[in-house]
Design a protein around this ligand. Structure first.
Ligand code: ADP
Ligand code: AMP
Length: 214
């Protein structure tokens, strides 16, 4: 099963993608997590990506597309994968379509997690991320057991630099300009499904399972 998660920053793509990956036993591929791991490890890619991420801008397609194409060509993706945060532009979506077409494949579902802008700023200012293992929490909706400590690995959880309110506004406007058009792109490919992302996390997940099947 090959799935794309669509939705504004903070809509809950990562939260749902992790659960989808666990239930259907497919890899969760988050370009944001890949860039953050590169930043943490001080790689050249990380240095370049950070300049854009800190400003709420998209990392250029030429730094992003090959990375994803290499990842989905790995053996563990044979049974499918869930993409979280990719594609984010029409050229990225076209690169993905073309790469899959070449090997006689196509995506199965693009799931749009729909959350209005007014809910997003709250979501992002309350999000806490573990930069060690990538787990995400929310101070109200999904708190850690001990404040500021990751349940999964025991490291510190932090407010991401790009989750500060001024950067969130920029990210939202980038989303509307460059990423929202993908909803129509996948509608035309007949694989678009929408879920109401304002519901509690477990209800959103049930709605997704109803689409994907048990
Ligand atoms: P995205 O991957 O789309 O940027 P996340 O999955 O990281 O978004 O979710 C953003 C924040 O909102 C996180 O703090 C997460 O815990 C919280 N969150 C996710 N889904 C819901 C939901 N359905 N209701 C309330 N909070 C949610
Ligand atoms: P995310 O973790 O998905 O919220 O992504 C965090 C940041 O990483 C984004 O605001 C972008 O700067 C960058 N990023 C992640 N995925 C992509 C992508 N597919 N294309 C361009 N930039 C991306």
């Amino acid at each position: 099963m090959k799935i794309i998660m669509l939705g504004a920053p903070g809509a809950g793509k990562g939260t749902q993608a992790k659960q989808i990956a666990a239930k259907y036993e497919i890899p969760h591929i988050s370009t944001g997590d890949i860039f953050r791991a590169n930043i943490k490890n001080g790689t050249e890619l990380g240095k370049k990506a950070k300049e854009y991420m800190d400003q709420g801008m998209l990392v250029p397609d030429e730094l992003t597309c090959d990375l994803v194409m290499d990842r989905i060509a790995q053996d563990d993706c044979e049974r499918g994968f869930v993409l979280d945060g990719f594609p984010r532009t029409i050229p990225q979506a076209e690169a993905l379509t073309n790469a899959l077409t070449k090997i006689g494949q196509s995506m199965d579902y693009a799931i749009d997690v729909d959350v209005p802008d007014e809910n997003i700023v709250n979501r992002m200012s309350g999000r806490r991320a573990c930069l060690n293992c990538g787990a995400t929490y929310h101070i109200v909706f999904n708190p850690t057991k001990a404040e500021g400590v990751c349940d999964a690995c025991g490291n510190e959880t932090v407010l991401r630099d790009d989750d500060k309110p001024e950067t969130v506004q920029k990210r939202l406007s980038v989303y509307h300009d460059q990423t929202q058009p993908l909803i129509d792109y996948y509608k035309e490919q007949n694989i678009l499904k929408s879920v109401d992302g304002t519901k509690p996390m477990d209800e959103v997940f049930s709605d997704i399972v109803a689409i994907l099947g048990e």
